[in-house]
Design a protein around this ligand. Structure first.
Ligand SMILES: CCCCCCCCCCCCC[C@@H](O)CC(=O)SCCNC(=O)CCNC(=O)[C@H](O)C(C)(C)COP(=O)(O)OP(=O)(O)OC[C@H]1O[C@@H](n2cnc3c(N)ncnc32)[C@H](O)[C@@H]1OP(=O)(O)O
Length: 271
């Protein structure tokens, strides 16, 4: 069932509104990007299932999938760019207005109006950066923790979430969104988000003794820069920062859920 069929006119209005505001180049790029990301996370899922069926254990699984995971999770940095392009254009538009450069104004106004995605740079930035940090600076850097169950927990949870999320965006852009994908996108996170956070926090916690012993990524005094940095305490601060930051991401998703599934839709003024 296509989503546009079930909520009647309000949703149709939204779809039409979206069609008008997203440019052809942006739509083509996002479609390519979302298909590539869905495929990437699907490859990861298949690799994990195959590994587990063949070996009968999760030990060694992370090493087996590490390269693909690092590639696709790092590729997600582009999402911050998707949100930031709109902000860049708005800034350039203001500068052009203040300098009264009319040609520039119309060019940047055009791109602002066609903004790539309507998402907050901060929300996306926190989400993507925390994941990249987990992959590169925790799991990939500390071999001793790679066989922890908590690593498998967050990798499995991310994989399920991302297959759902990117296929949601793809079908949505193609205007053929099956209801169960929309439902899954805006319901699964209720359980998946806390599970992912538990996996991530347990993994950072497991890494602490190794970080303390090895002194990795730390800078002790005296040194020529005259600064000290202790990665062990930095990791503790990262763990604590989940307390204020995670609820904001979670409530953001709950708001998106209400908007998309329960019709709390903000129809733009020109409607
Ligand atoms: C350096 C040290 C760092 C230390 C950091 C400290 C840690 C802080 C705590 C962080 C905790 C994170 C934990 C996390 O990693 C755990 C997990 O992820 S577990 C798995 C469960 N996770 C989820 O379910 C993820 C949910 N989150 C997200 O989906 C995104 O990350 C989020 C940015 C929150 C999504 O929000 P968004 O606002 O984008 O929601 P929508 O999907 O509804 O999209 C809004 C509109 O934008 C359009 N859009 C967005 N992206 C695309 C795209 N790629 N292609 C096409 N369209 C896109 C979307 O269609 C919506 O459009 P419209 O409004 O027109 O409908």
């Amino acid at each position: 069932m296509a989503s546009g069929e079930e909520d009647g006119t309000v949703e149709e209005k939204e779809t039409n509104n979206k069609k008008r505001t997203k440019g052809a180049i942006a739509t083509a790029w996002l479609t390519f990007y979302n298909i590539a990301m869905t495929a990437g996370w699907l490859v990861l899922a298949v690799a994990m299932v195959r590994y587990y069926l063949q070996k009968g254990t999760h030990k060694g699984l992370y090493r087996n999938i590490a390269r693909t995971l690092k590639f696709f999770q790092t590729f997600a940095l582009l999402e911050v760019g998707h949100c930031a392009i709109g902000m860049y254009c708005i800034l350039k538009c203001y500068i052009s207005i203040s300098l009264q450069i009319y040609k520039e104004i119309s060019r940047y106004y055009f791109w602002c109006a066609k903004g790539i995605v309507r998402t907050s740079v901060i929300v996306t930035g926190v989400q993507v950066c925390s994941r990249i940090f987990m992959v590169w600076f925790v799991t990939n850097s500390i071999r001793q923790i790679q066989n922890e169950e908590s690593v498998i927990l967050f990798v499995v949870v991310w994989t399920i979430t991302e297959i759902t999320r990117y296929s949601f965006y793809t079908f949505n852009l193609l205007n053929h969104l099956p209801y169960f994908i929309k439902w899954a996108r805006y319901n699964m996170f209720i359980v998946m988000y806390p599970l992912g956070v538990i996996g991530e926090l347990l993994t950072i916690h497991a890494s602490l003794p190794y970080v303390r012993r090895s002194g990795m990524y730390s800078l002790r005094l005296p040194n020529k820069y005259n600064v000290s940095f202790d990665y062990y305490y930095f990791l503790i601060i990262v763990m604590l920062s989940y307390i204020p930051l995670f609820p904001q991401l979670y409530f953001h998703m709950l708001r998106q859920r209400r908007r998309v599934l329960h019709g709390e839709i903000v129809v733009e003024k020109d409607e």
